[in-house]
Design a protein around this ligand. Sequence first.
Ligand SMILES: NC(=O)c1ccc[n+]([C@@H]2O[C@H](COP(=O)([O-])OP(=O)(O)OC[C@H]3O[C@@H](n4cnc5c(N)ncnc54)[C@H](OP(=O)(O)O)[C@@H]3O)[C@@H](O)[C@H]2O)c1
Length: 293
Amino acid sequence: MSTGKTIAVTGATGNVAPLIISLVQAGGHKVRALVRNPAKAASLAAQGVEIVEGDLSRPRTIEHAFDGADAVMSIVPPGPLAPQQASAVTWAARKAGVGQIVRLSAFGAAHDAPTVNSRLHALSDAELERSNLPYTILKPHFFMQNLFMAAESVAKEGAMYLALGDGKLGMIDIADIAAVAAHVLSTPGHLGKTYVLTGPTSIDMHHVAEALTQAVGKPVRYVPIPVAALDQGLSQMGTDEFTRTLYCDYFTAYSANWGDAVTDEVSRLLGRPARSIADFAQAVAPAFGKAQS
Ligand SMILES: NC(=O)c1ccc[n+]([C@@H]2O[C@H](COP(=O)([O-])OP(=O)(O)OC[C@H]3O[C@@H](n4cnc5c(N)ncnc54)[C@H](OP(=O)(O)O)[C@@H]3O)[C@@H](O)[C@H]2O)c1
C-alpha cells in the first residue's frame, strides 16, 4: 500500500504541471488534478491521476477541490484575474487544512517590478506569506521553452527574431522547475521558504543562437527586433491587450538586463547542476529544424 501523500495540482494541463505530476507519481504519491476541461486531461487520467473539474475564476467550483489532500501545487495562468484565482486556490487549501501549499510565482515578482505579471504575482505571494499557512514559493526565471516561439523561423530561415536586445537572462528549463517543485512537495524543510530558480548561467540571445547552431547543425543567427514590432505582431495575431502588455513589459525589461541574474538554488536543492542552454538545445533540436537521421 502506498504511504505517499495526496498532492492536488492546479494548472494541470499547462507547461510545468504535467512534469511535476509525473515526478511526484514516480515518488509514490497520489495526484489529484484540478482542470477546467476534463477532455484535455485524458492523458493525465490514463496515467492514474484523479481528475476534478473546476474553474479557477469561479471560486465556488473549486471550494472542495482539495478536501483530503495533503499538499497543493498552486499554478494559475498569467492574466488580469491571476490574483483572484490564486486567492481562490489559497482559500480552498486553507479550508481543506492542507499541510503545504507550493506556489509557482515568477522571477522578479515585486510590488515595484517593471512588468505587470510580476506585480500581480507579488500580490499573490504577499497574500500567501501573510496567510499563516504552510507555504513554499518558487520564483522561476524565463522558461527556456519560451524559445519555441522562434522554432519555426529557425527551422525555415536559420533566424531567431526576438525583442530582447543584448539583454542577458538566467533562463531555466521547465524540467528543473518541475524537479524542484516535486522535491519540495515530497521532502521536509521547505515551509516558509522562497526559492528563486534560474538556469546555470545568464546568457544573451547570441549565446542561445550559438547553442542552437551547434545542436541543429546549421547556422542560426539572432536578429533583435524592436519591442514595438513585437507589439504590432501580437496585435495582428489578435492577442488581447493584457497579454500584449505582459510580453512587451518583459521584453523591454529583459532588453535592459533586468533578468541578468542567476542563483544556485536548483543545484543546492537537487544536488546536480541546472540544465544548460546547450543541453536544452540538443534536446529540442528537431523542433528547430535538425534533420532527423
Ligand atoms: N513562461 C515563463 O517564462 C514563466 C516564467 C516564470 C513564471 N511563469 C509563471 O508560470 C505560470 C504558468 O505556468 P505554466 O506555463 O505551466 O501554465 P500555462 O501553460 O500557462 O497553463 C495554464 C494552466 O491553467 C489552466 N487554466 C487556465 N485558466 C483556468 C481556469 N479559469 N480554471 C482552471 N484552470 C485554468 C490551463 O488549462 P487549459 O489547458 O484548460 O487552458 C492550464 O492548465 C504563470 O503564473 C506564469 O506567470 C512563467
